[in-house]
Design a protein around this ligand. Structure first.
Ligand code: PA5
Length: 462
């Protein structure tokens, strides 16, 4: 079980024409990284994500719920948004067989389907509720703050539908609230009505919460090996105790992206796994990197790289043209998978047709792997920064390791950019405007600011 990281294609010497991060820049960043490392690890007490993987009591809180409801439900419906939804989606896509929700109960090993409502689009919610048998559905309401408008709206709709389907009293047996131990509307509802609730530690924020009950509870419910997931994360956390940049993989990832952005004008940072199972991991990473690092520094400068998800080999027929010949403003980090459960042998047929004949005898696993290496090489040949993270296989251990790698890298990158990676003040104004328009008490000042905004100019509308 291992992760490896080859960043030769980010470096001068490998890349042509004097481009690339120089050895001097890399060595020079070591001291800066050591300071970032010290700052992050000194906060182990208040950065809860650092200890999630070894928090046995927290794990037990999810396992106890999963054991209690085992066999009682065919469907799990998760309500949440942002960090409360993207992690569970990424876990399901990576660690359950493809098209999980379409499999028969036997194919799912008796485990339930998992649906995640990560938006407030009425079409999706209506269609989902129309399909579910709510008398056989467990609803997880996941919100750290316990009051996020989208999740609360989802909750009100689903609670009403549950009450109609199974009755008010019985509805409580179909709900588990996953929220802060003390504050927020969900906690209040749990306390007032005696609805089962599982705690997200107070010091764990949304996008860093996948290894808390936010991700672990739904994962356990659908039969994912959550202990292996946490073991992979614990392995990476333990290796990251080392402040030596050359030995700290999350640190190397963060420093390289930061150098590429600040010293080489490459602020667009692509994560491109070569496995369908990891497609949603890239989306989870995008939220983590963007919401954590896109900030105004205390000195008043706007900073932050722009993460971009891609999927190999699919995007070779889409975004790769841009990566190869578009502006030199990107890095690409590939995730390569060394071992696959199904290699997918390609039959030998049409040997006389050149476009097909050469494929016979190879496998799909070989093809996708070769395509990843070919794309990395092609990008490098054109001076395009890229690196490859390799995992032995896509399993719970490696997924936990990857997620913790990116979480740590994000924390380090926050220090390198000089911003607080753990807040999100930039989403506040839009939220306040929405509250004002919905008539929420206390939003009068936002309403006044909204009303004072310039009105649409007829010259610029059609
Ligand atoms: O990362 C974050 O903090 C956010 O994206 C949150 O996850 C998102 O806003 C949902 O918040 P909550 O879990 O409080 O409902």
């Amino acid at each position: 079980m291992a992760l490896s990281f080859d960043f030769s294609n980010m470096m001068a010497g490998t890349l042509p024409n004097g481009t690339g991060i120089t050895e001097a820049q890399w060595l020079g960043a070591a001291e800066r990284f050591a300071a970032a490392h010290a700052a992050v690890h000194a906060r182990t007490g208040d950065l809860g994500f650092l200890t999630l993987a070894t928090n046995e009591a927290l794990l037990e809180s999810s396992l106890a719920v999963a054991a209690k409801v085992k066999g009682k439900f065919d469907d799990v419906l998760l309500l949440g948004i942002g960090g409360s939804a993207l992690g569970p989606i990424a876990l399901r896509t990576a660690l359950c067989p493809p098209r999980w929700n379409e499999l028969t109960p036997a194919q799912r090993g008796g485990n339930p389907r998992l649906h995640v409502l990560d938006n407030v689009d009425p079409a999706t919610i209506g269609a989902t509720l129309a399909r579910l048998d709510l008398s056989r559905t467990l609803v997880l309401v996941v919100s750290k703050s316990g009051g996020t408008v989208e999740t609360m709206a989802q909750y009100l709709i689903v609670r009403e539908a549950l009450a109609q389907a199974v009755g008010e009293d019985q509805a409580k047996q179909h709900l588990v609230l996953v929220t802060d131990p003390k504050v927020g509307a969900l906690r209040r509802i749990a306390n007032d009505e005696g609805i089962p609730a599982v705690e997200i530690p107070a010091n764990v924020g949304g996008r860093f919460s996948v290894l808390s009950p936010v991700g672990i509870l739904p994962a356990a419910l659908i039969g994912i090996d959550v202990r292996a997931l946490l073991a992979g994360a614990a392995h990476v956390t333990s290796q990251a105790q080392n402040a030596d940049l050359a030995k700290n993989l999350p640190g190397a990832f963060a420093v390289l992206q930061w150098l590429a952005d600040r010293e080489h004008g490459r602020p667009i940072q692509v994560l491109m796994p070569y496995a369908d199972a990891l497609r949603d991991l890239a989306l989870w990473f995008v939220q983590l990197w963007a919401e954590s690092l896109g900030k105004i520094t205390p000195q008043g400068t706007s900073v932050g790289p722009t993460p971009l998800p891609a999927l190999g080999a699919t995007d070779q027929h889409s975004q790769v043209q841009l990566f190869m010949e578009g502006p030199q403003d990107k890095t690409v980090t590939f995730i390569a998978v060394k071992g696959r459960e199904h290699e997918g042998r390609i039959p030998a047929r049409h040997g006389d047709i050149p476009e097909l004949g050469y494929l016979g005898g190879h496998s799909l696993g070989e093809l996708i792997d070769i395509e990843q290496r070919a794309t990395a090489g092609a990008l490098a040949a054109r001076g395009r920064f890229n690196a490859t993270l390799s995992v032995d296989t896509v399993d719970a251990w490696h997924l936990g390791a990857l997620m913790q790698l990116f979480a740590l890298a994000t924390a380090y990158a926050g220090e390198l950019y000089g911003v607080n990676a753990f807040d999100q003040p930039g989403v506040e104004l839009g939220k306040q405007f929405a509250y004002a328009m919905l008539g929420r008490a206390g939003s009068e000042q936002a309403r006044a600011e909204w009303d004072a905004l310039p009105k649409p100019d007829p010259r610029w509308a059609m």
